[in-house]
Design a protein around this ligand. Structure first.
Ligand code: HEC
Length: 270
């Protein structure tokens, strides 16, 4: 085996053995997998006296415009998902410290292109929802707000003519048109914009459009987080499509299915 690989394994083993023992004791596979994934993060937070699984994480209100500007510039380094995450967490790292200092924000570069170019969920709402759920906590921890904010973000992203945020010093000076995706999918969001604008995927305009979409999402996220912090947050999304239609998805069924929307198997009425 390669020498470098061996030493990385050893390094992991020295730091990871205590955590792994605990995982074996904990028993449940799902919890184990989630913990293993964030093992490094948890370890470093413990070392500094913080805890990543005590919700909510300490939050200080941020300036939406400043956050959007950071996000816009970060896009050109780490792309949509990680740019949204970094725009919030980099500021909280300064204002609060832990657990934000231990959060591996650059690890989320893979959200780009709807996850490694597969055109699934756009990295901007994905990143925003990671942030909200880290700060407020998951719904199973007794607070429903992060879940609600995530649903608000998905709906807002789908219904808004994006991008709304205009950077103070845009890298592309020409007008960037806006389009409504009717979907949180990167494929549809980018595709509809490319069709309307005529700019190809690799163009400077498309890149700047996506940087501005990320910045717009970071702006909206911080507005919602600030409301939550003030105790004035109210959820604005429609209720879950899964509940209403018996299948996970988006409400605009006919956009993809035309007039022939399939009906999923429904539970028998008792
Ligand atoms: C973004 C596009 C898109 C949207 C929006 C969408 N679907 Fe689908 N759906 C698909 C595709 C693609 C398939 C798989 C291919 C197919 O069967 O048409 C599918 C499959 C299904 C299936 C599985 C059965 C089957 O015929 O394949 C059901 C049921 C279904 N959709 C219902 C819905 C309902 C109800 C809605 C709205 C609440 C909806 N879909 C919205 C794209 C979409």
């Amino acid at each position: 085996m390669d020498e470098k690989l061996v030493s990385i394994e050893e390094d992991l083993d020295a730091k990871g053995s205590a955590r792994r023992k605990m995982l074996v004791g904990a028993g449940t596979l799902a919890a184990g997998a989630a913990l293993a994934q964030f093992g490094g993060l948890i370890r470093s937070a413990e070392a500094t006296g913080g805890s990543t699984e005590k919700w909510p994480w300490p939050y200080k209100k941020l300036d939406p415009a400043k956050t959007a500007e950071i996000c816009y510039n970060e896009w050109y380094r780490v792309f949509c998902g990680a740019a949204v995450i970094n725009s919030v967490f980099s500021q909280l790292r300064e204002k609060v410290g832990e657990p934000y200092k231990s959060f591996p924000a650059d690890a989320f570069v893979f959200l780009e292109g709807g996850q490694v170019g597969w055109g699934t969920i756009c990295g901007s709402p994905a990143g925003a929802n990671i942030v909200a759920n880290c700060i407020i906590g998951p719904r199973i921890a007794g607070a429903p707000e992060a879940h609600q904010i995530a649903a608000d973000i998905m709906q807002w992203y789908s219904e808004t003519a994006l991008p709304v945020y205009m950077p103070t010093n845009p890298k592309v000076k020409d007008k960037i048109i806006t389009t409504t995706s009717d979907s949180p999918l990167c494929h549809l969001s980018v595709g509809k914009w490319m069709k309307s604008s005529g700019h190809p995927l690799k163009s400077a305009e498309r890149k700047d459009r996506c940087a501005r979409v990320a910045a717009s999402t970071a702006y909206r996220l911080v507005e919602l987080l600030n409301d939550w912090k003030d105790g004035t947050y109210e959820s604005s999304h429609d209720t879950s499509c899964a509940k209403e239609f018996g299948i996970t998805g988006q409400f605009n069924c006919s956009d993809c299915h035309g007039d022939n929307v399939p009906v999923p198997p429904m539970p028998k009425k008792s």
